[in-house]
Design a protein around this ligand. Structure first.
Ligand code: IMP
Ligand code: MG
Length: 176
């Protein structure tokens, strides 16, 4: 099997868009502190770049979840592999994700985080594939809406590789 990555969104395009979202978040959270919750591992690259562009006070925490079921189709039942270090109560929480596909993982996760009584809970995603949605999720900040293609880079992986690409690419698989 050959692997080829075709650029979908260049590094410049992604950086420009992250700056715009950072500006918007800085406005929306004026006078507040925003608590970014990164969903590992995919969200890490986006979260770091986004955090650098937010001008209100920022605190960060990380969590790692795995969804039960097969690798290709998420079941929506999420197991916490690594929980947050700090409680969320009273905080203005912004969940940072790499991509929303079916929405199963996120809708489950958001319900779970809501129970921890944050002052507010919003969602920011670098990529959104709206045509794939099975469960409705309210997204507050979206980097790019993309068609139903399997993408890698900027935190997104194919078999744990390609996360480090500084751009978003379409994964093309071919026969040798
Ligand atoms: P869902 O929204 O519950 O279906 O799952 C979203 C998760 O599936 C994301 O956090 C990614 O880990 C993974 N995923 C979905 N689409 C892609 C893709 O195009 N490339 C890489 N990972 C993807
Ligand atoms: Mg993910």
């Amino acid at each position: 099997m050959t692997e080829n990555v075709k650029v979908m969104l260049s590094e410049e395009e992604v950086d420009k868009r992250i700056q715009e979202i950072g500006d918007q978040i800085s406005k929306d959270y004026a006078g507040k502190q925003v608590h970014l919750v990164c969903v590992l591992k995919g969200g890490a690259f986006f979260m770091v770049e986004l955090a650098k562009r937010i001008t209100v006070p920022v605190s960060l925490d990380f969590m790692s979840v795995s969804s039960y079921g097969s690798d290709t189709k998420s079941s929506g039942v999420v197991k916490i592999v690594k929980d947050l270090d700090e409680p969320l109560n009273g905080k203005d929480v912004l969940v940072v994700e790499d991509i929303i596909d079916s929405g199963r993982t996120l809708s489950y996760l958001l319900e779970m985080l809501k129970d921890r009584k944050p002052a507010s809970l919003k969602l920011c995603t670098l990529l959104d594939k709206p045509s794939r949605r099975v469960i409705d999720v309210d997204v507050d900040y979206t980097g790019f809406q993309i068609p139903d293609e399997f993408v890698v880079g900027y935190g997104l992986d194919y078999d744990q590789r390609y996360r480090n690409l500084p751009y978003i690419g379409i994964m093309e698989l071919g026969e040798e």
